[in-house]
Design a protein around this ligand. Structure first.
Ligand code: ZN
Length: 53
């Protein structure tokens, strides 16, 4: 299952979308990120590993 997440990116970035990018991630990949906010479930593939089932 994937969800939309807002995660901690480059915290020194001047743009909010770089500092806190919004990604679709699966349960396996989310462990590698600091989650700022957890959003809706999605059927879109994981942005990191491409899992889509
Ligand atoms: Zn993944």
């Amino acid at each position: 299952m994937r969800k939309h997440y807002t995660v901690e990116g480059d915290i020194n970035a001047k743009k909010a979308k770089d500092a806190y990018p919004k990604l679709i991630l699966c349960e396996n990949c989310i462990g590698g990120y600091v989650v700022i906010n957890e959003g809706e479930r999605t059927f879109e593939p994981c942005a990191k590993c491409g899992a889509d089932e």
